[in-house]
Design a protein around this ligand. Structure first.
Ligand code: C5P
Length: 231
């Protein structure tokens, strides 16, 4: 099975994460674990999940520090064999090179400008170029330094695809038409994101909030999303 959906395991509870993986494993093979889960439960808990389930790990730690520190941090999680491990592109070429040097079997995934920034807030930090110009510069440098995947908004996916034709492009911020936006403001449908050049879409609450209605509801939701992508 190869599905373009990456399910975000946005929970602090290992039992809940395990239940979500179990419920979705027949339809989804990539699962994203982020800081919320990692800081609460640590590496050992991810190893436990890997013992129980066969899945591809997207480790979303968004590392950002001096090159030597990031290198050490990547070494500390390399035992988990993440397929994707996120770092901030803003950390620069040396930081990304250091990260890539100690994760030969995985993909260093550069996060460009966070989509939570407004243009005003971004400029106010002192940047002189706008968000999309900055994202382009950072993505170009990140790929040249050894990142092989990029996280961006679906609205930037086409631009990133031009800049980095061979990179794996991953976009959060997707919703089916008519779905709740929660705290996402600019969204596209999964189909639009993939048509714009994304290889994978990260989906969280659209699927996991169905868990309150049971495993069947989650599985139906995933089937509905997959059907919307490939009718
Ligand atoms: O629940 P929802 O589908 O909005 O979850 C999206 C996931 O993608 C979350 O794990 C969130 O942290 C992540 N994300 C995002 N927007 C970004 C980067 C990451 O929503 N720009």
């Amino acid at each position: 099975m190869s599905s373009p959906i990456i399910l975000a395991l946005d929970t602090k509870d290992p039992k809940e994460a395990a239940n979500w993986i179990k419920a979705c494993a027949a339809q989804i093979d990539h699962f994203k674990i982020g800081l919320e889960y990692f800081l609460e439960n640590g590496k050992a808990s991810i190893l436990d999940l890997q013992k129980e389930f066969d899945f591809k790990l997207f480790l979303d730690l968004k590392l950002y520090d001096i090159p030597n520190t990031v290198k050490g941090a990547v070494e500390s999680v390399s035992e988990l064999n993440p397929k994707f491990l996120t770092v901030h592109a803003a950390g620069g070429a040396e930081m990304i090179k250091s990260a890539a040097s100690v994760l030969p079997g995985g993909s260093i995934t550069a996060v460009t400008v966070l989509t939570s920034f407004s243009d005003y807030e971004f400029m106010h930090l002192g940047y002189t170029k706008d968000i999309s110009q900055t994202a382009s510069i950072w993505a170009t440098q990140a790929i040249a330094a050894g990142a092989t995947s990029l996280v961006c908004s679906p609205f930037e996916a086409a631009l990133m695809r031009q800049i980095a034709p061979k990179a794996t492009i991953i976009t959060p911020g997707v919703r089916l038409a008519g779905e709740k936006l929660n705290d996402q403001s600019r969204v596209m449908t999964p189909k639009q994101a993939l048509e714009n050049g994304a290889d994978y879409v990260v989906i969280g609450r659209s699927i996991t909030s169905e868990a309150v209605n049971g495993v069947g509801a989650m599985q139906n939701k995933i089937a509905q999303i997959l059907e919307s992508i490939n009718p």
